[in-house]
Ligand binder design. Sequence first.
Ligand code: ZN
Length: 423
Amino acid sequence: MNKMMMLAPIVMTGVAATRGLAQTDDGPRTAIELYFQAHALGNGDYIRQAFAPEAMISFVDGDQRKQWTREEFAKRFNGAAADEYRRVRRVESLDIDGSAASAVVTLDYPQVKFRDHLLLLKTEGQWKIVSKAFSAERRKGDGQEALNKVLEEWSQPFEPRRIIGNVYYVGSNLISSFLIVTPAGHILMDTGHKEMLPQVEANIKKLGFQPGDVKMLLNTQAHVDHCGGFAEFKRQTGATVVFSKLDGEMAAQGGRHDYANVGAFANGDEPAYEPVKADRIVADGEKVELGGTSLTANLTPGHTKGCTSWSMTAEENGKKYDVLFLCGLTVSPYKLTNNDAYPNIVEDARSSLRKLRAMHADVLLAAHGFWFDLESKAARQTVGAPNPYVDPTELSRHVAEMGKDLEDALRAQERQRPVAGSR
Ligand SMILES: [Zn+2]
């Protein structure tokens, strides 16, 4: 989930423009990386390397202008933070003219977001930061409050409908839930969060089906907005709960210790939803079957470590269609480099993109409506018109877009450091 910077598990884009990054002269970036390293390792020596001796650090406190010398600033660094794996640093812009440069960088932390305006000069072949002015924006309330607001905005009622063949949409405006109907009972994919579950069940009934006939509950990702209602739904129906191994482990802890909970769940040590145990774990390529419908689990890790995209064939008017339920490819708001909680995040995200590039889908569906343009397709859905959900080019377009989002974020974020003894 997430469209907002505050709520990283969900962000769609969120990568700022990185003017000038492509055509440099890497020089100023090297000084900025030393500055990032000071923060990452909590070591003031990197401040002494990154800043010129006479550099000043300026900010406003109350209504007073305040300043620190380089030394005063360097002395504030006292070791790495416990939540370092949730601290994302980005170069938002970098303008270079000869021996002068200016940069805007953000330090995007769970509790606070700093925005630094840096001035840099090059002398004797070396770039140094000569001035820094910064602002700090504290996150309001705890993460839970902001999350609840997004969940509410994303779970507005949405008319349930048939998508294609035996596949129905029973989710909200922006959080998907799909019902796959078979003669042997039904398959439900994702429930939304717990508060959204009654809406999903009402949608199932509105279409003339019974929640109690759901035999299998599949998951795309173990985030609160997709499986927060699983424990309750299982209690009500006894449906078999199916997860990938890694997302199953996360769901069993109620989403605790998610590598990606930047700001969304305070410190991430509390469960984000009622824990639920998988009845069945699926591996990559494994099929689940019910009443003649077969769904294949395609592991597409990145957004979560066990993110699962499901594929199946649907039949409509005598024609067969490849349907893909995409887990979600958003990773750009997360800490992509030096992330001890998910060292392989970039490799995983890239290989998921590669895998999806090689796949074909006539119908692209996804865990959030904004990933497959649900609203505009639903508006074009009229009797007798061609099925608006059929678009064999959409998957490749979406994958290209998300690939660019990832690479842009990687360019903007702090760089990967070689693994040092201190880490
Ligand atoms: Zn998510």
